[in-house]
Design a protein around this ligand. Structure first.
Ligand SMILES: NC(=O)c1ccc[n+]([C@@H]2O[C@H](COP(=O)([O-])OP(=O)(O)OC[C@H]3O[C@@H](n4cnc5c(N)ncnc54)[C@H](OP(=O)(O)O)[C@@H]3O)[C@@H](O)[C@H]2O)c1
Length: 361
């Protein structure tokens, strides 16, 4: 029976990803040898997201099991890394109804284990998407684009001309939020960290559709509030989106209007969410959390609904190509060590060089 050599990034204990990840290689059946219900997948692209890193560190509440059964041929209990990615169907067993070779799919659920060259799956665990959309969009739509969409639509009924403010404006979620808001006629203020090439970033985000981009220094200055009032022409900002915490969220929340909602979805600064007491008493601030994993687990139909909405945005050209670095791995040409090294380098680069996406050939 012919086989395909598959590789997966796994870990057997929690820790810093570059210390604990390694490659497990194993054989999968070739397309012509699949069982009736099996779908053989080749990974096309998988991002390295902050939540993937937190899972490996053992500090993320939803984690794949560290189990000897995670993959065939494991010598010690391991978990497979990666939650998000896009796959090409290489083969489908005779009982697989709606998938055929060449189709593209994304995982139906989190903890799939996407940092792999190939995998074997069941049809029920996969969502088919058009194989004509840009690869980078396909690889990142399930977590970041969907999160931006849900946060903008789920908490406050934002109408055309309304305003929202966010920190982490240069994050992938932030960039998606800017574009989705623009498409809906919603104004945005995006806070970014200062940097030597600030103008370049401001121009880039403005080209994506940002109404205004400000720095954390502006955000921290009480005087700057007046400029924002001029921009909004006195209209309240009714939604805040926070993925940073610390003093960034204090400044952001001061710019919100009466009865506004602050949605916290990340903690990139690793600092607590610090909010002025007066905002709760005098402005009736509502502070809530967002976690796409829980929201779509509680309401599974939401996952398919949001993917459908995001696909419409992608197909209509409302979302620009994802800003990221692509790291190519040619599975046939690399050793297990080189496979691991590519991921380690991607993880190192993700700290300082923006979003990293692994692509596989
Ligand atoms: N709750 C959910 O369901 C959910 C879903 C998706 C994402 N998230 C969270 O959303 C956040 C963004 O994810 P992503 O994939 O879009 O990120 P990303 O593209 O990898 O970008 C990370 C962002 O974090 C900023 N950052 C890093 N360290 C920081 C610090 N110490 N202080 C302030 N900002 C810092 C970076 O700023 P620079 O641009 O200045 O480098 C960058 O904009 C993460 O916290 C992630 O876990 C949550």
């Amino acid at each position: 029976m012919s086989t395909i050599r598959a590789r997966a990034i796994v870990y057997s204990k929690y820790g810093e990803p570059i210390d604990v990840i390694k490659t497990h290689s194993y054989d999968l059946p070739a397309p012509e040898s699949l069982k009736d219900d099996q779908v053989l997948l080749q990974t096309l692209a998988a991002p390295l997201n902050p939540s993937d890193i937190n899972q490996i560190q053992g500090v993320y509440p939803s984690r794949p099991p560290i189990s000897i059964n995670s993959l065939p041929g494991l010598k010690e209990a391991s978990a497979v890394s990666g939650n998000e990615g896009v796959f090409k169907v290489l083969g489908a067993g005779s009982a697989v109804a709606n998938l055929k070779p060449g189709d593209w799919v994304i995982p139906h659920n989190v903890n799939y284990g996407t940092w792999t060259s190939h995998s074997l799956s069941a049809e029920k665990d996969l969502l088919k998407i058009p194989n004509t959309i840009p690869l980078k969009q396909a690889a990142t739509m399930a977590v970041n684009t969907s999160s931006a969409y849900l946060m903008l639509t789920h908490f406050v009924d934002l109408k055309k001309g309304d305003w929202f403010i966010q920190n982490g404006g240069n994050s992938q979620v932030g960039r998606c939020a800017i574009q989705i808001a623009k498409q809906k006629g919603i104004n945005s203020i995006s806070i970014v960290r200062n940097r030597p090439n600030l103008k370049e970033l401001v121009d880039e985000l403005t080209a994506l559709g940002a109404t205004h981009v400000i720095t954390e220094d502006d955000n921290g200055s009480r005087d700057f509030g007046k400029t924002i009032k001029e921009w909004t022409d006195g209209k309240s900002i009714s939604l805040g989106m926070n993925c940073v915490g610390g003093s960034s969220v204090s400044g952001l929340s001061r710019k919100l209007g009466k009865n506004a909602t602050l949605v916290t979805y990340g903690g990139m600064s690793m600092k607590p969410v610090t909010l002025p007491t007066s905002l709760f008493i005098f402005k009736n601030l509502k502070a809530v959390g967002f976690w796409i994993t829980e929201m779509t687990k509680e309401d599974p139909s939401l996952r398919s609904e949001v993917i459908e909405e995001v696909l419409k945005l992608i197909e209509s050209g409302s979302l620009a190509d994802i800003h990221c670095t692509l790291n190519k791995i040619v599975n046939d040409k690399v050793s297990d060590e080189q496979f691991t090294e590519s991921f380690k380098q991607g993880l190192i680069d993700s700290k300082t060089k923006g979003k990293q996406i692994m692509i596989f050939e």
